[in-house]
Ligand binder design. Structure first.
Ligand SMILES: [Zn+2]
Length: 810
């Protein structure tokens, strides 16, 4: 699964039990569910979909094998709103379970078969989402399913936990003009007399039940292949021209992943289907579901997220998650960490090391933001950091082991658990089996415990002894507290890792490189044979450790490193140090050089960004030069920096970028810069920008942000005019209400009674996230009596109750 936003809290929110101490593995194993049968196959037949009542009819034939002697009944998960009409065996309902009584007790190994027919009503979003077009463009009527974590039992009775795999048939009869897409291969598509169609799909290799998928929508198929395997893209007819440019990377990605893992793509086809109002992407086995925001031709110069992350992320789940599946949700990082790691490896194969580092740098920033907010380990139930930390820890493991042993370990992991489940410790065992190395210490500190090392480094050069001594302190603090159940996540006081130090020296002596093992709160590294005074000292050459680094150095050393260090993380760390020295001409010179001539665009962009804090006289010449960069990302960073530098010349340059640049990202940055630098022209300009369409509404979003930031309450009505068609508009009203506009607050309250359910939702979200509670709470309380729609009333009550509970607890 991949969300649009990167700050992802796992949806599985059950309370964690027990202590995450050295018995971590045991603690995580306890989350695996027990059951007394082995699900073998289900045939799921669905028909009579009704968009008004969000209902359908279902018939499910189940085959399973008893695993307990004297098994006399079978307990399936089945949403309370699935009303059983008939069954071949006696059944009983208890909440969200269905009990099926066998006619006589089964022995271990006996096969049991039964069929249940039912009428299903779903609350949209639980299992199936019914989408009505609501008059909005690019949004045909459709249905899509979402199983992960445990929502599939709301549309068919099954065993809804990842530790039992089955095969299945999915047969759906859908209205005229619609297609049903599901897992596995298409067995038949039969037209009925009334124009409806029955599609029969068969998933004939076992996978987990949360990966059963169904999409019903008016779709066209754009066909591709990898070797002999069909690779299909299902999109709305109006998007058919956009599909191939976007998805055509898929066969090559399948090829690269098959080669890297040594496991050939394991399924009979791969479909990617786009749907409306989706949260991002979901790796349903052989049939991924994706959001319907296909980039247009111009968007490719901005490296669209969809192709950069979303497609390769979901595809890699076909191995990590679908082929080998986490045994329980406490080990979910095995699914998500690999899926977040693999796109970087694909881009490394295609575009080189810098691009892979670029990808990981983004993961690093996300990881730090999440960890700052709330620190949790990778392997823990409900862990908040399984995506970026998973990717970063796997990258560290790869650097530690080396490429070949790493991929041999991954291969071993996949092969040993093919079509089956795994836990975090199974991956450690796979590394041990493939390389002979027991990395229990690595697993303990990076998988089972939380946090990362905070290094503080100081150096001393002794010219007589020709030594450079580094004192390395680990200063991380374990400040997390036990929760109400007594669960506490620990941060190691000292991380054990090998580290490389590179010392640059003048003259022909060149670099001196030393390796050392860190393992204590304070370690001392003595680099010998440093004959001349250092010109540069790189701690952790190659960036092999996930860390924060405090290392005060002369500007001259940093400037040399920025020039010479190929590692992007190291460069960005150096840029951050230089950025804090705005009055140092040497720092300005180093950043100017990097902004205009560094060999990788991200370094140029970061250097340009850092120049924003420098005096105009130092910053403007390199920024103006960098505005001609071939990379849109660099130009966007430059324009953003111009906004901060300010002044007439910066304003003119920002205007030029707005008018002439073909990239939406650059123009979006120009919106902010112009709002910052041109207070007289700001209002008409922002109102114009609100009307400019762009991919993922980048320009409009930027305009909304600029209005919110400006606090200009004369724009309240203009913003309100867009409240029905733009997610950000209600948030901007909230921001302006927070600045004291009673009119904005009144309009926001009105939106709670808007006819469109989505708009009501946006307004409620704005109350929750964009207003201070002392304003939002009384306003909602006052509005409560005047609300017309039950769903909004319920949601407002829930929010008010939640707030009350919060303040009661403190
Ligand atoms: Zn995912």
């Amino acid at each position: 699964m991949r969300l649009l936003v990167s700050l992802v809290a796992a949806s599985c929110a059950a309370t964690a039990l027990g202590a995450q101490t050295n018995a971590e593995r045991m603690a995580n194993d306890r989350y695996t569910r027990s059951h007394d049968y082995d699900l073998i196959h289900q045939r799921i037949e669905l028909s009579n979909f009704n968009w008004d009542s969000t209902s359908f009819d279902g018939k499910v034939a189940t085959t399973l094998v008893a695993r307990r002697a004297g098994l006399d009944s079978v307990v399936l998960d089945a949403g309370a709103k699935l009303a059983v009409k008939s069954a071949t065996l006696r059944t009983a309902r208890h909440g969200d379970t269905l009990v099926v009584f066998l006619t006589r007790p089964a022995a271990v190994g006996d096969t049991v078969r039964f069929t249940v027919s039912y009428h299903g009503v779903v609350e949209s979003g639980r299992g199936l989402t019914y989408v009505n077009s609501d008059g909005r463009p690019h949004r045909p009527r459709q249905i899509w399913s979402q199983g992960e974590d445990d929502n599939n039992h709301h549309w068919f009775p099954t065993y809804d936990f990842p530790n039992d795999k089955m095969t299945w048939d999915l047969v759906a009869t859908v209205p005229r003009g619609m297609t049903a897409v599901s897992n596995g291969r298409l067995v038949s598509d039969v037209a009925l007399r009334d124009g409806s169609h029955t599609f029969a799909w068969r998933q004939d290799r076992p996978s987990a039940t949360y990966l059963v998928s169904l999409i019903v929508a008016p779709l066209v198929k754009v066909h591709d292949t990898w070797r002999t395997i069909p690779v299909d893209y299902y999109v709305y007819r109006e998007d058919s021209a956009l599909a191939r440019p976007l998805f055509r990377v898929t066969p090559d990605m399948i090829d690269v992943y098959s080669r890297l893992t040594g496991v050939t793509y394991p399924w009979s086809k791969y479909a990617q289907t786009t749907v409306a109002d989706f949260f991002g992407g979901m790796e349903n086995v052989s049939a991924t579901t994706l959001v319907d925001w296909l980039p247009g031709p111009r968007d490719y110069q901005d490296r669209p997220w969809y192709q950069w992350i979303l497609i390769p992320h979901e595809l890699s789940h076909q191995w990590f998650g679908d082929y080998v599946t986490t045994e329980n949700w406490a080990n979910m990082w095995l699914n998500e960490g690999f899926a977040e790691f693999m796109p970087g490896e694909y881009w490394r194969e295609k575009l080189g090391a810098h691009v892979a580092q670029d990808y990981l740098l983004d993961e690093y920033n996300q990881f730090m933001q999440i960890d700052d907010d709330h620190r949790m380990p990778l392997a823990a139930l409900g862990s908040n950091n399984i995506y970026p930390k998973g990717a970063l820890v796997l990258q560290m493991l790869k650097q530690y082991l080396g490429d070949r042993p790493f991929w041999a370990s991954v291969h071993r992991y996949l092969v040993d658990h093919a079509f089956d489940n795994a836990t975090t410790d199974d991956l450690r065992q796979a590394v041990l089996d493939a390389t002979g190395e027991n990395l229990d210490w690595f697993w303990d500190q990076w998988m089972y415990q939380a946090g990362y090392p905070n290094f503080t480094v100081t150096t001393k050069y002794d010219s007589t002894a020709a030594t450079l001594t580094l004192v390395v302190q680990q200063t991380q603090q374990d400040s997390s507290k036990a929760d109400s159940t007594g669960l506490k996540y620990t941060t190691p006081p000292a991380f054990r890792m090998p580290v490389t130090v590179r010392v640059g020296t003048e003259g022909r002596a060149g670099d001196v490189v030393a390796r050392a093992e860190l393992s204590r709160r304070q370690d001392t590294i003595v680099v010998r044979d440093v004959q001349r005074a250092p010109t540069m000292v790189i701690f952790d050459d190659g960036n092999a450790i996930l860390k924060r680094l405090t290392f005060d150095q002369p500007t001259a050393w940093l400037a040399v490193q920025l020039d010479r260090d190929p590692d992007l993380w190291n460069r960005h760390w150096v840029i951050a140090q230089l950025g804090q020295r705005p009055n140092d001409p040497l720092a300005a010179g180093a950043l100017a050089k990097a902004a205009t001539s560094s060999d990788y665009f991200l370094t140029r962009a970061a250097a340009a960004q850092a120049l924003a804090e420098f005096p105009a006289v130092a910053a403007l010449p390199p920024l103006q030069a960098a505005l001609k960069d071939t990379s849109a990302q660099v130009r966007a960073a430059v324009v953003e920096a111009l906004g901060s530098v300010g002044g007439a010349q910066a304003a003119t340059l920002a205007r030029q970028a707005w008018t002439n640049d073909s990239s939406s990202a650059v123009r979006a940055a120009a919106v902010v810069a112009i709002a910052q630098t041109d207070s007289a022209g700001r209002r008409p300009f922002l109102l114009q920008a609100l009307l400019i369409p762009s991919y993922r509404d980048e320009i409009q979003n930027s305009a909304y942000r600029a209005i919110a930031r400006s606090g200009d309450t004369t724009m309240v009505d203009s913003v309100n005019a867009h409240a029905g068609d733009h997610h950000f508009a209600p948030h901007v009203l909230a921001a302006l209400a927070a600045r004291g506009s009673t009119r904005a607050l009144g309009l926001l309250v009105n939106l709670l009674n808007d006819d469109r359910i989505g708009v009501r939702g946006w307004a409620l979200e704005a109350f929750r996230f964009s207003l201070r509670r002392e304003i939002a709470q009384p306003a909602l309380q006052a509005a409560r009596a005047g609300l017309t729609f039950d769903d909004t009333k319920k949601a407002v009550d829930a929010l008010l109750q939640e707030w009350q509970k919060d303040s009661g607890g403190k």
